[in-house]
Write a protein that binds this ligand. Structure first.
Ligand code: URA
Length: 257
């Protein structure tokens, strides 16, 4: 199948049947980069700290394994009592894109992998539409590693207990772009209570790791509100154009005059 045909197929999966002009969106070049906040607090217990790049590939694998094991055994919040298993993260550990969701749902809790239910299938289709997949070039993780019962919103103490793990994952992956899907992920990472609609369409900076961050709707919300898929597509286009600029900086970037 040709590239355009594949894109058309994915857009159809999103319920989008035509290209959307991006005039309504802020151009990444002109967009103010907004500072975000770092982690709510330090981890209750020490997390692995070695840099995988320094430690080399074998060391990196060990560092990842230690972190995965810490998450697997974590009892820092009450959710460990009700989860089937902790849901760590999935994808390419060297990915340039990292997608961050809210928390595992029932299917994720059962299978131990983020975004594998209906919302996950839609997320995969959205990512494929911009050339990304968990099998090759994106890493996917959640704010919480344990499922909140009944899929309720995460509680502040749960986020505070779990967020250091996500920070370690971001530090290890060292992505060039973060895509926060949904209000909880966006508000948590940006340290704001601004509504999601106000956070879309511009580039934020995830200050702790100095990574650009783009916000879009959660795929579960898009399943409930398919009319919003068009806006999610705009967000993905925006993220992709921002990423292209990050990868190919202007010739004068980095030079002082
Ligand atoms: N929703 C999320 O935010 N994350 C998952 O892993 C699944 C559903």
């Amino acid at each position: 199948m040709s590239g355009p045909a594949r894109r058309a197929e994915y857009l159809q999966a999103l319920g989008i049947d035509c290209w959307v002009p991006r005039t309504a969106l802020t151009c990444a070049a002109a967009a103010p980069v907004e500072p975000a906040h770092g982690p709510a607090e330090s981890p209750a217990k020490p997390l692995v700290s070695a840099s995988p790049r320094r430690a080399g590939e074998a060391g990196a694998a060990e560092v990842w394994e230690q972190l995965r094991e810490q998450v697997r055994r974590c009892t820092a919040c009450a959710l460990h009592e009700t989860r089937t298993q902790a849901v760590f993260g999935v994808g390419n550990a060297h990915a340039e894109w990292m997608v961050i969701g809210e928390a595992p749902g029932a299917e994720e809790d059962r299978r131990g992998e983020p975004f594998v239910g209906r919302a996950g299938q839609l997320l995969d289709a959205m990512l494929r539409a911009i050339g990304l997949s968990r099998e090759t070039n994106v890493y996917i993780a959640n704010i919480l590693k344990s499922r909140p019962p009944g899929n309720r919103d995460p509680r502040p103490e749960e986020v505070a207990a779990c967020l250091p793990y996500l920070h370690r994952q971001i530090a290890l992956v060292r992505p060039k772009l973060l895509l926060a899907v949904g209000r909880i992920a966006a508000q948590t990472l940006l340290g704001t209570d601004a509504p999601l609609g106000r956070l879309r369409g511009r580039a934020h900076a995830f200050a702790e790791h100095n990574v650009p961050l783009v916000v879009t709707y959660h795929p579960a919300y898009l399943l409930r509100s398919p009319a919003e898929k068009r806006k999610a597509w705009e967000d993905l286009q925006f993220a992709r154009s921002l990423f292209a600029q990050i990868r190919t900086p202007e010739p004068n970037d980095g030079h002082c005059s």
